[in-house]
Ligand binder design. Structure first.
Ligand code: PRP
Length: 206
């Protein structure tokens, strides 16, 4: 199930991200605003339970998060989404998975994995701003399944239709939230029109 954000501020910021003349400082700021919008949209997957709270005037009903939340950014580019998600979901625990695409074969290579112990009710937000072939997200989903994850939501900034189809083929019931769905992949596996390499542009390592 795919959700595409429909928000004029996000569309403005996606344009800033796409622009090849945008420097890393401005790229990070725009990414942060898009990440906040993605985190707010993702809040609909979070369940709360009621509790009583005392205001200075009287007791009333309140809400608290009813389950464990885990953020799993795919290094490196996924780091661009962590701050916004952890700001809006301060209860979340954070893991990391380091994946790199082989530039020739586009195959996914894992170089780091630190996933906190998951509970049966853990809700995992898998954070990777680029969903190109879908190889990285699929690899991370397999890892999460091995660790016992039952509820996973994939969060991306820009996705290619090929990547979405790839994930939906293997995980037909998974929720994917993106801020833009682009036209296609090119012969090098880059999203078109895309924004280039999000990891490099965010970290200023072009
Ligand atoms: C990029 C991007 C995604 C992945 C998407 O990572 O940040 O993680 O490729 O491609 P896929 O859907 O075809 O797997 P990259 O290998 O450039 O690493 P980086 O984040 O460290 O820049």
């Amino acid at each position: 199930m795919l959700t595409i954000l429909d928000n004029p501020l996000v569309q403005r910021d996606i344009t800033v991200l796409r622009d090849k003349s945008t420097p890393p400082s401005r790229f990070r700021d725009a990414m942060q605003r898009v990440a906040i919008a993605l985190a707010l949209e993702s809040a609909r997957f979070v369940y709360t339970r009621t509790l009583r709270v005392e205001t200075p005037l009287e007791e009333t009903e309140g809400h608290e998060i009813a389950h464990d939340i885990v953020l799993l950014p795919v290094l490196r580019a996924g780091m661009s989404l962590v701050q916004a998600f952890s700001l809006l979901m301060p209860e979340a625990r954070i893991g990391y998975i380091g994946l790199q695409r082989d530039e020739e074969t586009l195959a996914t290579q894992e170089y780091y994995c630190s996933i906190p112990p998951l509970h049966p009710d853990s809700l995992v937000f898998l954070l990777d701003p680029m969903l190109a072939t879908g190889g990285s997200v699929r690899f991370a989903l397999q890892r999460l399944e091995q660790r016992g994850a039952h509820r996973i939501v994939v969060i991306s900034v820009i996705a290619a239709p090929e990547g979405i189809q790839h994930i939906e083929q293997f995980y037909p019931h998974i929720h994917i939230v993106v801020s833009a769905l682009d036209r296609c992949l090119n012969e090098h596996g880059f999203i078109m029109p895309g924004l280039g390499d999000a990891g490099d542009r965010y970290h200023g390592t072009l």
